[in-house]
Design a protein around this ligand. Structure first.
Ligand SMILES: [Zn+2]
Length: 430
């Protein structure tokens, strides 16, 4: 048995909540390449009730001080014993995108494997990855023991920073095929709309200026964003979202430990719900709804509208173009560089949609299960007011929305909260 595997067998797999908060339960210890690691939670177990089961052992490097005041956290990869592998230090960010603490990815063969493993250890839609810095084992030792481990590692001098957001979309392997399909679909839709906006804008600006009434809003309103309708016909996107919902639903149902004879029927119902949602999904993204006879109508209750948010993101660009009298060439260049159409944005949309699918899939399974009575909003570190208010409500009825108006997470982009099910009836009700 390897040192890591042996250390893992020593870890108490089911410590009580009190033991976890006091930190006094059996952990595993292993020395690798001169570093002393403590394993707190083994792969397959959860770090906390609202976390998914880990795909790697998780713990910390002993005798270090992390940014959160605890020791520096680490995920141990399959190559943890290999002294030749680089080490990847994630600058984890909070819900507001501000540096929070480090997570060290130790024992991963390259930055793609490290990045993928990082996301595998969180729930869908997790937005914690800020920068990721690649270090040699020697640089890692220097950083751990002589560097400032309370500041983002990407600011360190010895380190060569690898910016998470600076990776080209095409280089980023999705965590799953479904995630990759979402990213591809959103990137393709943004590219279609980018080309169309670049064609339309010069003419619209000329027209409005000629009318000596250079109103930004008028130009924005007139921009044709119908290019986003490619999302409605994207069969890969539809299939991916259905598979994600089925996976989330199956995971939730498994946790509820239903009787075997009931479970199959309920799973079938959730799968039908997932397909129905997926059929309407693309239309909803562009603010439409398809009626049963196939006609398309505007959907005032669309969760969010990708076309409207894109319009808003172009506001300052259009106003600069008017104020500074940009040439058509300059305007085209600015449109093609606009954040609204960037790889970063398609990744953010995909991630927010994954978080939403997590919440929707949970609700589908819980509703069909018949045993989930109530739900509760669990906060991640450093949450915003919207989420805090949801959590303050305590357990609420399954079909009631939280104060933010949401049925389940996320309450906003970058939201890292999770809603959990309660199967007990409320003792105060009859
Ligand atoms: Zn939140």
């Amino acid at each position: 048995m390897s040192g890591v595997a042996e250390a893992a067998t020593a870890v108490d797999r089911a410590p009580s909540a009190a033991q976890v908060s006091a930190g006094n339960y059996r952990k595993g210890h292993v020395r690798l390449n001169g570093f002393d690691f403590t394993i707190e939670t083994v792969a397959g177990e959860r770090r906390a009730p609202h976390f998914p089961p880990l795909s790697n052992h998780y713990g910390y490097v002993c005798r270090t001080l992390g940014a959160d005041g605890d020791q520096v956290d680490v995920f141990l990869g399959p190559g943890a014993a290999d002294a030749t592998l680089p080490v990847f230090v994630v600058d984890q960010v909070n819900e507001r995108g501000v540096f929070d603490e480090h997570k060290v990815m130790y024992g991963f063969r390259d930055r793609y494997a490290a990045r993928q493993a990082y996301f595998d250890n969180y729930w869908l839609g997790w937005n914690g990855l800020g920068a990721m810095t690649q270090l040699t084992q020697q640089q890692f030792a220097a950083w751990l023991f002589d560097g400032d481990t309370t500041a983002p590692a990407s600011l360190g001098k010895a380190a060569k920073p690898v910016k998470g957001a600076a990776l080209k979309l095409s280089q980023i392997a999705g965590r799953t095929d479904e995630e990759a399909a979402l990213r591809r679909a959103f990137a393709a839709a943004l590219a279609t709309v980018r080309r169309s906006v670049a064609r339309q804008l010069p003419g619209l600006i000329r027209k409005v200026i000629k009318a000596s009434d250079a109103r930004v809003q008028q130009i924005l309103d007139e921009l044709d964003m119908s290019g986003f309708s490619v999302l409605m016909d994207d069969e890969d996107l539809k299939a991916a979202i259905a598979r994600i919902l089925r996976k989330v639903g199956a995971r939730e149902l498994k946790q509820l430990k239903l009787a075997a004879d009931e479970a199959d029927g309920i799973t079938d119902q959730v799968n039908v719900d997932a397909s129905n949602f997926a059929d309407a999904y693309g239309a909803e993204l562009v603010g439409k709804r398809i009626l049963s006879d196939g006609t398309l109508i505007n959907n005032p209750s669309a969760y969010w509208r990708i076309d409207e948010s894109t319009r808003e993101m172009l506001r300052s660009l259009v106003s600069d173009a008017i104020d500074d009298g940009w040439s058509t060439g300059h305007l085209e260049k600015e449109v093609s560089d606009a954040a609204a159409f960037s790889d970063y944005r398609s990744e953010m949309i995909a991630r927010t949609e994954l978080a939403r699918a997590e919440g929707i899939g949970k609700m589908m399974a819980w509703r069909r299960s018949g045993v989930v009575k109530r739900k509760r909003w669990l906060l991640d570190d450093d949450p915003c007011d919207i989420c805090e208010n949801n959590a303050l409500q305590g357990p609420i009825k399954l079909d009631e929305p939280f104060e933010s108006g949401d049925d389940a997470e996320p309450a906003h982009p970058h939201c890292r909260c999770a809603v959990v099910a309660e199967t007990e009836e409320d003792p105060n009700e009859d």
